[in-house]
Write a protein that binds this ligand. Sequence first.
Ligand SMILES: [Zn+2]
Length: 467
Amino acid sequence: MDLLHSQLATLQQRLSFVATDPIDWKFYVQACSWAVTLFESYLLVRQYPLYSKTEPPAVLARHFDKEAFRKSQIYGKDKAQFSLVTGLLKQAIDSALLQYGFYAWGWEVGGKLIGRFGYGSDYEIMQSLAFTAVLSMVSSIISIPLSVYQTFVLEEKHGFNKTTPSLFITDLLKGWMLAFAIGGPFLSLFLYVFEWAGDRFVPWLMAFLLVFSFQIIMVIVYPTIIQPLFNKLSPLPAGDLRSRTETLAAKLKFPLKHLYEIDGSKRSSHSNAYFFGLPWSKHIVIFDTLIKESKPEEVEAVLAHELGHWYHMHPTKLLCISQVHIFTILALFPAFLHAPQFIRAFDFSKLVSSRPPTIVAFLMFQMVLTPLEAVVGIALNFISRQFEWEADHFACELQDRLNAPEMADMGERLGRALITLHVKNLSTVWVDWLYSAYHHSHPTLTERLKALQSFQSTRNADEKKEL
Ligand SMILES: [Zn+2]
């Protein structure tokens, strides 16, 4: 532990310029956030002409009828226009808020709010909660109209929206309730660990985040409280799909506890499948839309892919990567926390800046990290794609791994299921490589189908050789 702390102290010394050099941090944040937004707009401009193509890629030609392809192109075009406008609009608003001292104002308002209940500025955690509430309120004012447009105009136009206005409002209220019930205690504890551990907060916060975010939220709270608030999980009825899934899980020694069907179609027709749970007790959830649109043997192939993620421990690997990411952020943070002039650059008063509140410093520090986070996003997408290839490969290999000749066509079945999902979701089929590298955590459909086919043909060739 001491070695860790001395390494961290050396890092802080290297970063001591944050507290001493006159850097125009506000200008830096403005420049970086605009650079990222403009880059994202440039990607959309690269992608946009592809929506005007009149024919699908060759591998897909026989699966898409003309009408479905035309629809997917129009849907893609509409979504791209929406993203371009909202991206620029949000950036313009954020930029104006930053420029005119909105965050400093929010902190003052938070102080006044708790002042009404008789708490002074030495109640930092309480003021931080009020500050966060003010910030989320303002960001809701901006995001709600956009989300209404997206749901009731854009998705509606293309036949995906199943959300009614009352469902939309109850979802919104439930979301706020959750933010209040979980976000509030989380933030308080987070800030408390900072206060309590002082400059040795890095390992303590890491432990706290790991336990809180992973164990408590993902494993216990999400499936038992959050998910049922929004969707209904019901046990998958007995039948072909159920027995196929159970057999597959048993053969792979996947610790399947419950098998659910989820009413994803309540809100939207987009569909999929996933698993969750503790290492020794897992649950599989399949969307009702997937079950409706694909044959049981195709859904089985989708599940084989999902179990590939489990077999190769992809969720655990992603968790480790995110821990390294969080560690890096936390290790860099103290240099910014102990730099009054850093906070001062964002229009906070001399008094506030002299003892920077943790939440404020952390928020501003995250803005400084914008360009770094964009790069991390690309790297994470790259890794996630590798995992997708691996899971697809796993599904194709099951025939050998389980010595099950009836699974010889698993790759083909997976391909068919992916195509159905794609066609039903009107997903884009022509994708610019740079756009895809930045935005997509999954390989494109064309890439995946090609890989599935080439797996099959290599395998066939190998078999011939053996004969
Ligand atoms: Zn996957």
